[in-house]
Design a binder for this molecule. Structure first.
Ligand code: ISL
Ligand code: CA
Length: 572
């Protein structure tokens, strides 16, 4: 018999609160908007939602800069509203994950205000403060050469006390010092605050950055830039597992909850196993960064590196075969609020392919081992902003910093920025944050006011209202594949995974088998990642029956996949 747990069978729907539904016309989504859509979300077959941060925040990084974990960003609503949302979800047998952002806080958090107030403040060591260094000419320099993930130095100088503090993201997002037991306890208390209100788990932001090498050594120099990554000294540091185990034993183990850790930089199988191997008793699952980096360059996210299906085959095979070795569990995801939409990046948003491509990716997400995470809007095939949008439509700080740094280096000539814009049109974080497209009415029915960011004008053709009516829609397909995953959970959730090789399927097709050893029930999944019609030999599957397909034909000895076609066959 198979050991089962709710979080393995869950299907999670990520909501970016600012962009879901605005109920009071201020142009920003809100908690009442989410509450009003609980029946809609449930109708998809989804059973868990993950809310990106909704806490009090100056919103320098859209809430990933938290000023107070126990109050809600006022435009979103109140703690009472959140309690109503939690209760409504539970009444519908659904669950809720919150975003736990505890690698850093906002510089407006009371902890940081105290910490920066003087060198002798009891909270001074809740953050990472260091004296300046000086070069031969006596110029002040940062304590080390680490680069911020959002560009520039990872250190910010604080005049009044004459020291630098570490900030791996924005200077207004100081990193917490997890070495401080008092700070850790305060964070544990904040977690309990939400767990006591019924929250069912956390997505842990920048999870593996919490432990840094205690000496904060200079990062390896790989070019002549002033700042170097340094990630080898701040990702998965020496105390990482102590901190997670402490969170488990002191907090999480008192509740029936799950955790999903965001894993950056760390990519090797052994390190990954240390977070999620069953006997480690640490996290339930991870977001390994590689699946959202498939079209990033070796020298950074915005370096051109056109996607090839070989990448998704490698990454899928890697984790699908690794996890069972140590009885670990993983997520299955392609989209989040930090990147472009998968249909535009890895498949096609051309009008003639878009619906088929979105369904093919839905098939990928729901037929693998691991907990599927989908981003709101994926169920209607929401895509990136089109090429007709210029740089002004891009407002996210990460992309802006990148663009402005290059613009400056090129002497401020914006006519020479076509290559940079091209990559942003694919990978900018703005695409993942586009307002939800509810209907074909002004601003897609997202707001009656002025939306906080661009509403993609393609809502006219791609929206919830029109797909609700259409049995052939992307949404209808999503409902079907989610239902199949639940009905055949022995195969699709708990079954074993066997990859089909590139020689068997051709390089543009991703293929794999799933099997329930107990019952002998088997499925094969074939996904065409190309614009072309392809045939795959299917002798072995000649007598298997079609479980679901978007645009494909089972011809017995052969399968014909239309452009971006997918097919799932079942042996019994
Ligand atoms: O967004 C990225 C670049 O595309 C990633 O490097 C991202 O910054 C990293 O994965 C950490 O992301 C998380 O923490 C950030 C926040 O801005 C992101 O939205 C969040 O998902 C800082 O809290
Ligand atoms: Ca609002």
């Amino acid at each position: 018999t198979i050991e089962k747990s709710w979080w393995e069978e869950a299907v999670v729907y990520q909501i970016y609160p600012a962009s879901f539904l605005d109920t009071n016309g201020d142009g920003l989504g809100d908690i009442p908007g989410i509450i009003s859509k609980v029946p809609y979300i449930k109708s998809l077959g989804v059973d868990t939602i993950w809310l990106s941060p909704i806490f009090a925040s100056p919103q320098k990084d859209m809430g990933y800069d938290v000023a107070d974990y126990r109050s809600i960003h006022a435009p979103y609503g109140t703690v009472e509203d959140v309690q109503t949302l939690i209760d409504q979800l539970h009444a519908n047998k659904m669950r809720i994950l919150m975003d736990l952002v505890v690698n850093h806080t906002s510089d407006q958090h009371a902890w940081f205000k105290e910490s920066r107030s003087s060198k002798s403040n009891p909270k001074r060591d809740w953050y990472i403060w260091r004296d300046p260094k000086y070069d031969e000419e006596g110029n002040r320099k940062e304590p080390n050469n680490w680069r911020s993930i959002f560009g520039g130095s990872a250190w910010a100088f604080d005049e009044p006390t004459g020291q630098y503090y570490l900030a791996l993201f924005l200077p207004s997002q100081p990193d917490l010092n997890w070495e401080s037991p008092a700070m850790r306890e305060a964070t544990h208390d904040d977690m309990r605050f939400w767990l006591d209100r019924g929250v069912d788990g956390f997505r842990i932001d920048s999870m593996n950055l919490m432990s840094k090498h205690p000496d904060l050594p200079d990062g390896k120099i790989v070019n002549d830039e002033p700042y170097q990554s340094g990630a080898e000294f701040f990702a998965s540091g020496p105390k990482m597992h102590d901190y997670i185990r402490e969170i488990r034993s002191k907090v999480l183990d008192n509740y029936d909850v799950m955790t999903v850790g965001e894993l950056g930089f760390t990519k090797d199988e052994h390190s990954v196993s240390e977070y999620v191997a069953k006997d480690r008793h640490e996290l339930n699952m991870l977001f390994t960064g590689d699946i959202v980096d498939m079209d990033h360059g070796a020298n950074g996210k915005y370096e051109r590196n056109d996607f090839h299906p070989r990448r998704i085959r490698e990454i899928t095979n890697l984790w699908q075969t690794a996890m069972p070795k140590f009885e670990g569990w993983n997520t299955v995801y392609l989209d989040n609020h930090d990147s472009g939409r998968s249909v535009s990046r890895y498949a096609s948003d051309a009008p003639e392919h878009r619906a088929t491509a979105a369904k093919m990716l839905a098939t990928y997400l729901t037929t693998l081992s691991g907990t599927p995470f989908m981003l709101a809007g994926q169920e209607i095939g929401m895509a990136n902003l089109g090429k007709e949008y210029g740089i002004d439509a891009y407002i996210d700080v990460e992309g802006r910093n990148h663009y402005n740094a290059i613009l400056k280096a090129r002497g401020g000539d914006s006519t020479k920025m076509g290559d940079v814009l091209r990559e942003m049109q694919l990978k900018s974080r703005d695409h993942g944050r586009l307002p939800m497209q509810w209907e074909n009415s002004p601003n897609a029915g997202f707001t009656a006011g002025k939306p906080w960011m661009t509403v993609n004008r393609d809502y006219v053709d791609w929206n919830v209202a029109s797909q609700l009516e259409d049995p052939q829609s992307i949404m209808a397909y999503w409902k079907e594949v989610i239902a199949l995953r639940k009905r055949l959970s022995d195969v699709f959730v708990y079954g074993s995974y066997t990859p089909l090789s590139e020689t068997e399927t051709g390089e543009m097709v991703l293929g794999f088998e799933r099997e329930c050893k107990e019952t002998g029930q088997q499925a094969v999944v074939l996904l065409n990642f190309s614009h072309g019609k392809l045939r795959v030999s299917s002798e072995k599957y000649a007598s298997w029956r079609v479980l679901i397909s978007n645009q494909a034909d089972h011809l017995g000895e052969e399968v014909e996949l239309k452009p971006f076609g997918s097919l799932v066959l079942l042996n019994i």
